[in-house]
Design a protein around this ligand. Structure first.
Ligand code: S3P
Length: 169
């Protein structure tokens, strides 16, 4: 049976974790993040997992995480890594919300953040911005296809995003 989880998908740096935490404050949901789960499982940062074991090993961990979420998680807002939308069972985990913004706006937000160097460094797929833009362009339509609900967050207005999500769910 489909559970009542909410899954936030979208590109790196769009604000999935931040919006998940803001949603928790307005609801009785709990929140978890798939990258955090993977980091605790491996006791390593995502950057180190990519460096030592490669991207495909990381994707296997995402799959393991997706299967675990399907079996074990309810009443939770699940923020995800930018590539988690590919998990075949994602719709079985809960309702999928795509946080939509443009590549340039996302990058601008990352560069303007007070801890921007940290935010950029921890994301191996943002090392090369030409490649990152390509990944974004490849994924945009896929994110839309997987989504049950699309919320535009281009204006970085967190309160508006939260209230639009609450109206939609
Ligand atoms: C990835 C996004 C990252 C993290 C990993 C791969 C991706 O999460 O899962 O670096 O493929 O887009 P964020 O979306 O939180 O940056």
């Amino acid at each position: 049976m489909k559970s009542n989880n909410i899954i936030l998908i979208g590109f790196m740096g769009v604000g999935k974790g931040t919006i998940a935490r803001a949603l928790v404050k307005k609801t009785d949901y709990f929140a978890i993040d798939t990258d955090d789960l993977i980091e605790s499982l491996e006791n390593k940062k995502i950057k180190k997992i990519f460096k030592e074991s490669g991207e495909s090993y990381f994707r296997d961990l995402e799959k393991k995480c997706a299967l675990w979420c399907e079996k074990n998680i309810t009443n939770t807002i699940i923020s995800t890594g930018g590539g988690f939308y590919k998990q075949k069972n994602i719709k079985k985990i809960g309702r999928v919300i795509y946080l939509q913004s443009t590549f340039d706006t996302i990058l601008q937000g990352l560069y303007n953040a007070p801890n921007s160097q940290k935010k950029l460094k921890k994301r191996p797929l943002l090392n090369n911005l030409v490649e990152a833009r390509k990944i974004y362009e490849e994924r945009v339509k896929e994110y839309e296809k997987v989504a049950d609900i699309i919320i535009n967050v281009e204006d970085w207005n967190q309160n508006k995003a939260v209230s639009n999500i609450l109206k939609a769910i």
